[in-house]
Write a protein that binds this ligand. Structure first.
Ligand code: TRP
Length: 77
């Protein structure tokens, strides 16, 4: 049994769409990796999301500014 801190759940991610139609997918934690949710953002929209027991990774398609506790990066550039 790993603690929430060890598995990295509870952390937040902020995504700001820099174009219309940016897609953010939540990927499952555990042995298999599948997309369990997707969210579409238009330019200027911001999503504040949290890593959970279910969500271990996030995939972003399109141009967006991504802020996490390890830094800031731009996707789709
Ligand atoms: N199911 C994978 C896991 O729990 C999800 C995952 C975590 C992942 N980090 C990743 C998938 C990095 C691709 C890339 O480990």
């Amino acid at each position: 049994m790993v603690s929430e801190e060890e598995e990295g759940s509870g952390r937040y991610i902020v995504v700001k769409a820099l174009e219309d139609g940016v897609v953010i997918m939540g990927l499952t934690r555990g042995k298999d990796t599948r997309s369990h949710h997707s969210e579409r953002l238009d330019a200027g929209e911001v999503l504040v999301a949290q890593f959970t027991e279910l969500t271990a990774a996030i995939k972003i398609r399109g141009k967006a500014e991504v802020m996490t506790d390890v830094g800031k990066v731009e996707s789709g550039a």
